[in-house]
Design a protein around this ligand. Structure first.
Ligand SMILES: O=C[C@H](O)[C@@H](O)CC(=O)C(=O)O
Ligand SMILES: [Zn+2]
Length: 276
């Protein structure tokens, strides 16, 4: 497991592109045949991927956790961004189609990831936070998600938001997780932007068309910076930072949050005209 530190709110303002990316972008996940985990300093989020090919990939506890097993004191959200696969939790198998979600509750001991077809692997995206209670391991298909239709074509931000793990959906201790799909011709996510002081957030961009990128904006609203994101790059967002993006084409992204509360609308929005 990697250890990852983000910078302070004062320091990022003087960063060059490379420093900024080192601090806020994970661009190395989703290696075929590997399970990768990064322990961040944002509310102790662990961000990772599992892309099983010939054999199943077990979820290790990792030395940093000083735990007997990964979910001993943690909960884990998984969304499959690839072809069909299976996740096995303590002997129960959960078939995972593209964009489906599995919440794995605290106390789950043996977790492993497999692909149905090694030549077209599942690509599991992992997001985990510390947990104080056991909630049941729960699978959700796309139709089980709470779907919100946001934005408009005129504002080039028409998008569908699918909430999986949230206060009125799959229950969890602190993890809130789902994904957002930009509709054809729309490019802006999370515009107007917001911060949420009580939570940090992690975005994983996916289904970016060949030859395109997403310009992800971060920073304090009056001091923004841009991170160019490619397929399955992850942007880390401290609670002081906005997080929004404009693609050169339509795309999708998994969002996930952890922290003080789970109230999705506990956000401080900023008027577009005040961004700098
Ligand atoms: O705090 C909430 C998160 O930033 C996202 O859910 C926002 C989002 O997906 C969107 O507006 O497109
Ligand atoms: Zn947010």
């Amino acid at each position: 497991m990697n250890n990852h530190r983000t910078s302070s709110v004062e320091t990022y303002q003087n960063f060059c592109t490379e420093d900024l990316r080192d601090s806020y972008v994970l661009d190395y996940l989703f290696t075929a045949g590997e399970l990768q985990l990064t322990y961040t300093d944002l509310d102790r989020a662990i961000v990772g991927s599992a892309v099983p090919t010939d054999s199943a990939l077990p979820l290790p506890a990792g030395d940093q956790l000083r735990a007997d097993f990964f979910c001993q004191r943690r909960e884990l959200g998984v969304i499959n961004l690839g072809a069909a696969g299976t996740i096995t939790v303590d002997g129960t198998s959960y078939p995972m189609a593209n964009r489906e979600c599995l919440y794995i509750g605290r106390g789950s001991q043996e977790v492993s990831f497999a692909s149905d077809d090694a030549s077209s692997p599942a690509q599991f995206y992992l997001l985990s936070y510390p947990a104080h209670a056991d909630y049941p391991t729960t699978h959700a298909k796309i139709e089980d998600a709470n779907k919100l239709e946001l934005g408009s074509q005129a504002d080039a931000n028409e998008r569908h938001l699918y909430q999986y793990i949230h206060e009125n959906g799959i229950r969890s201790c602190q993890l809130v997780m789902g994904f957002t799909v930009l509709q054809n011709g729309s490019v802006w996510n999370t515009m107007p932007p917001h911060t949420h002081d009580r939570r940090s957030e992690v975005y994983c961009y996916f289904d970016i068309a060949e030859g395109h990128q997403v310009a992800h904006f971060m920073g304090e609203p009056q001091e923004t910076r841009v991170l160019w994101m490619q397929e399955k790059h992850v942007a880390l967002s401290p609670s002081w930072s906005i997080h929004c993006g404009a693609g050169t084409n339509s795309y999708a992204f998994v969002w996930g949050m952890g922290g003080e509360n789970q109230r999705f609308d506990d956000m401080d929005g900023f008027p577009i005209t005040e961004l700098r």
